[in-house]
Design a binder for this molecule. Sequence first.
Ligand code: BTN
Length: 243
Amino acid sequence: MIGAVVHRVDEVDSTQSALARLAQAGAPEGAVLTARHQTAGRGRRGRPWWDAPGESLLLSVLLRPTVSPAQAPQLSLVAALAVADALAAAASVAARIRWPNDVLVEGRKICGILPEATCRGDGGLDRVILGVGLNVDQPEFPPELAARATSLRLVTGRRHESERVLSALLDALDHRYADWRAGGFAEVREAWRGRSATLGSSVRLPDGRLGIAVDVAPDGALVVDAGDGRLARLVSGEPAAAH
Ligand code: BTN
């Protein structure tokens, strides 16, 4: 279902905004919009998401799951897992996930995910537009990003056909989304744990204390040992990694 309809454009403000417009016009679940370049790409927490034309896979996927709005953030984790699957399938790259949804290779971010949920007037979930920005062909990054960002080209030492990566990603998303719809996050939890870069590392709690991430819960919350004999839960929405 995901990727049955793929809209390809050369340039757009943001694939998120463009797909939202198609969704308003009745686009079906699973519709995808991908662009070579965004003039107003956006990241999480209102940050801009900059790209050089043709160097990244920039796409948005329209989902209309029949779950409550509180469950929608789980899709970030599901999407990150699918990206890791796709990197393994298309490029034999072992990626790890920084909770909730950054995908890392060799400790550097290769992909960011932006879930944008819209509710109906009655408070129910109308749709989620899942944005994915995957660094494919960047030969280098500016000095201020070089320690934190990487691309498929940098980690493998060769160029990659972005259509092949897109196809692997849509296959993986379709598979993981179907599992999630069937059984919730619990269905993909074991696979997520196996790809996690966060479990076992230190994270900052909302009250400022540092704890150790010890597990991911069946609903996708990060379980943190706060060191005071209690386990805290961090719910996806805002990243909490402190390292
Ligand atoms: C992050 O901040 O890590 C999330 C970045 C998400 C960027 C992607 S690129 C395709 C889609 N369109 C956007 O405007 N943003 C997302």
